[in-house]
Structure formats: structure tokens, C-alpha cells
Design a protein around this ligand. Structure first.
Ligand code: SF4
Ligand code: SF4
Length: 86
């Protein structure tokens, strides 16, 4: 599967514990990464030396990304809740 343009669901729904540019402690679930443009849902550090490994390592899949942005937000939020140790 190829990453859908103007989606960014994986930059919002999941918590990320690794450092992100400008977010040294990562981010909470549901929080927008500060590198995500909130209107176009594109990443401002994509294809730069700042692009983090955690984002390179996340590969689009039907299971995570679904058929559209809302399905991706739903799936990733569901996985976040299911894997939350608290
Ligand atoms: S949720 Fe999937 S399709 Fe959407 S930006 Fe992330 S990898 Fe791409
Ligand atoms: S750095 Fe870019 S790809 Fe990674 S979470 Fe933030 S906006 Fe998304």
C-alpha cells in the first residue's frame, strides 16, 4: 500500500514515545505532531535529514490506514486503546 496524500492520521492518532523534531518527548495519542501542517496534513520534515526513524519505520497498511482518512483515524485510535497498558 502507498501512503495516501493529505492524510496524516498516523501523525495524530497514535502516541509516539520516540523524539520527533521539536517534540523531544514524542507526543500523546490524539495530539497533532507539530511537524504536521494542520490544513494540508503533510509533513514539513519529510525528505529532510530531520525525518525521524520512527516515522520511516511506520509502513502504510490496509489494517492501519483503511480506505480513507477517517478509517485510518478510527483504526489507529482503536489500536492505541487496545495497546495502552493503562
Ligand atoms: S495513516 Fe496511512 S495513509 Fe495515512 S498518512 Fe499514515 S501511513 Fe499514510
Ligand atoms: S515527523 Fe512528520 S511523519 Fe512523523 S509524526 Fe510528525 S508529521 Fe508525521
Amino acid at each position: 500500500m502507498i501512503c495516501r496524500p493529505n492524510c496524516g492520521a498516523c501523525c495524530i492518532a497514535p502516541s509516539i514515545s520516540s523524539p520527533l523534531p521539536g517534540m523531544p518527548n514524542g507526543k500523546e495519542a490524539g495530539e497533532l505532531c507539530i511537524n504536521l501542517d494542520p490544513t494540508t496534513f503533510t509533513c514539513s520534515v519529510w525528505e529532510t535529514e530531520l525525518y525521524p526513524k520512527v516515522c520511516t519505520d511506520f509502513k502504510p497498511s490496509f489494517e492501519s490506514c483503511g480506505n480513507n482518512r477517517q478509517e485510518a483515524l478510527n483504526s489507529l485510535t482503536f489500536f492505541e486503546i487496545e495497546t495502552d497498558p493503562n
